[in-house]
Design a protein around this ligand. Structure first.
Ligand SMILES: [Mg+2]
Length: 321
């Protein structure tokens, strides 16, 4: 009797141990994924729904639990990171200023937007004149890269020589704007969108983005193709990797949107980390085809910090490489 009882106790302990291991791996990753996270050389962090929530006009930030602490932890260990938002309401410098005032540890080069990846792409392709459907958040980085910004005004209609039309955050969009932008496309300009996501996460729930709505109208009328310059494009990931001085496959990409950060990470061979504090629920990520699911699914950015701390100081391994 004693022997049987002991066996049952051992079986139960083994079963409990296995159940705990599976549950731990679901929440904290397999040993292979944990090793990848431990040796990740740099991070690309999303803003809305990952590090912060904003109001619907994108004017003020509420940090999510653990977000500020994560940036401090990374900075204290010399682990480089950028915050890459598909938002273009502000220039990267203006985002950085507001985030620093909110308490985040970062510098002016720590924030990237699709305007940055667009400027790099346009320069590589030799585009000189770009019609911008957006405000300072778009025009600033393009002008800084030496690109002539063409306003979507009636006097521009019929003028040739616009290389590209770029759609971003632009709630002032009107039927006149649509007509001028379509004219530019009919005369040979290529159409680019900062983001094709329908919504972004705010403190008041989902809010409609403008890039997709605007570019959908132009495509519907002209039949042109839309090229995305923000997440989840490889343009965006490579641009972030260049700034961080690593290869895309050496990055961890962290975000809340099942259509943005996780697909971008998979495209570039990076580690894909999802958080459940924005537009994507845990079940939305679980419904993705297996090959497109995140490597790590965290409840929030605070859990990622806990896991990084649990894995210890990874800088020793980075310095070796
Ligand atoms: Mg987001």
């Amino acid at each position: 009797m004693i022997v049987v009882s002991c066996m049952r106790q051992t079986d139960r302990e083994h079963h409990d141990h296995e159940a705990a291991r599976h549950s731990h791996e679901a929440a904290w990753g397999s040993p292979q994924v944990r090793e990848r996270l431990r040796t990740t050389r740099a991070f690309v962090l999303d803003l809305d729904g990952t590090l912060v929530l904003t109001d619907r006009t994108n004017s003020s930030y509420i940090p999510l639990p653990g977000a500020i602490a994560l940036t401090r932890w990374l900075a204290s260990r010399g682990v480089p990171f950028v915050m890459f938002t598909n938002g273009t309401t502000k220039t990267p410098h203006a985002y950085a200023r507001t985030l620093a005032e909110t308490g985040f540890t970062l510098n002016e080069a720590s924030v990237m937007t699709p305007a940055v990846s667009a400027a790099e792409l346009f320069a590589r392709r030799g585009y000189r004149r770009v019609m911008v459907l957006g405000n300072d958040g778009l025009t600033g980085p393009l002008r800084a890269a030496g690109i002539e910004v063409v306003p979507p005004a009636r006097e521009q209609a019929g003028r040739a020589g616009v290389d590209a039309v770029l759609a971003g955050w632009y709630r002032e969009f009107s039927m006149d704007t649509l007509e001028v932008a379509c004219d530019a496309v009919w005369q040979g300009a290529r159409l680019f969108s900062c983001s094709q996501s329908v919504f972004f996460a705010t403190a008041d729930g989902k809010a409609l983005g403008t890039s997709r709505a605007i570019s959908a109208m132009i495509r519907s009328i002209t039949g042109c193709r839309i090229e995305v310059v923000g997440k989840p494009s490889l343009h965006a990931l490579r641009s972030a990797a260049r700034r961080l001085g690593v290869r895309p496959a050496e990055l961890a990409v962290v975000g809340d949107d099942p259509e943005l950060e996780v697909p971008m990470a998979h495209r570039g061979g990076a580690l894909a980390v999802a958080v459940g504090t924005g537009v994507g629920t845990t079940s939305a990520f679980a419904r993705l085809p297996r090959a497109r699911r995140p490597h790590l699914m965290m409840a929030g950015i605070g859990d990622l910090l806990d896991l990084c701390q649990e894995l210890g100081d990874p800088t020793r391994d980075r310095r070796k490489s």
